[in-house]
Every structure is written in C-alpha cells, then in structure tokens.
Design a protein around this ligand. Structure first.
Ligand code: SF4
Length: 107
C-alpha cells in the first residue's frame, strides 16, 4: 500500500498505537497516538483501509477500535464497502498476532 510510505506512525513506537485498554495509562497512549494521526498526511486512506479490512485492534486513521466499530455501524448497508477477507490467516491467530504490522520506513 503506497500510502503507508508516508505514515507518521512508522517513526514512533508501534506499541503506542495498540493500548491494552481504553482507561488509565492506556488511554494516554491512545490519545498520544491520535495526536500523531491528526498530523499524518495519510489519515484518510489509513482510516478507509482500517474500516475496509476490519482492523479490530489499535488506533488506525485517528480512530480507536471502538470508534471504527461505531463508524461501521453508521454506514448504510447500501454504502457498505466490500470487505477484504475476514477469514485470512490472522483470524485464527491470538489477538497480539492479529495486529497488522505498522508501516516501516526504509533506512
Ligand atoms: S495510524 Fe494511520 S493515520 Fe495514524 S499515523 Fe499511522 S498511518 Fe497515519
């Protein structure tokens, strides 16, 4: 995905984008991740990709998993985008392994 080359999160600790909960210190991590997303030049394609691919964990496109789920619920059926495979190899993996790799910049 070409847009990942411009991802700001590729330059920071990826753990920031996968807080363990939405409370306490994890909430601070989530907010810190969202502050990075707001400045990211590829926020829109990132969010679209996260919604289309059903990313169930982490902050993508400036939205938490719960916020993306709410966005998906708000989409009328007629405008629902076709989903990428939801039964891919990651679906059988434990939650930590389901995390999509953060984009990495070339050295
Ligand atoms: S999660 Fe998406 S919007 Fe946020 S910094 Fe990474 S690429 Fe940009």
């Amino acid at each position: 995905m070409e847009w990942m080359k411009s991802a700001l999160c590729a330059r920071v600790d990826p753990e920031l984008f996968f807080p363990v909960s939405a409370a306490g210190p994890a909430l601070r991590e989530e907010l810190a991740a969202k502050r990075i997303c707001v400045r990211c030049p590829v926020l829109r394609p990132c969010l679209t990709w996260a919604l289309d691919s059903g990313q169930a964990y982490g902050v993508w496109g400036g939205a938490s998993a719960e916020e993306r789920a709410a966005l998906r619920r708000q989409q009328p059926e007629s405008s629902a985008r076709p989903r990428l495979s939801s039964a891919g190899p990651r679906s059988a993996a434990p939650p930590a392994a389901r995390r999509a790799p953060r984009p990495r910049l070339a050295d």
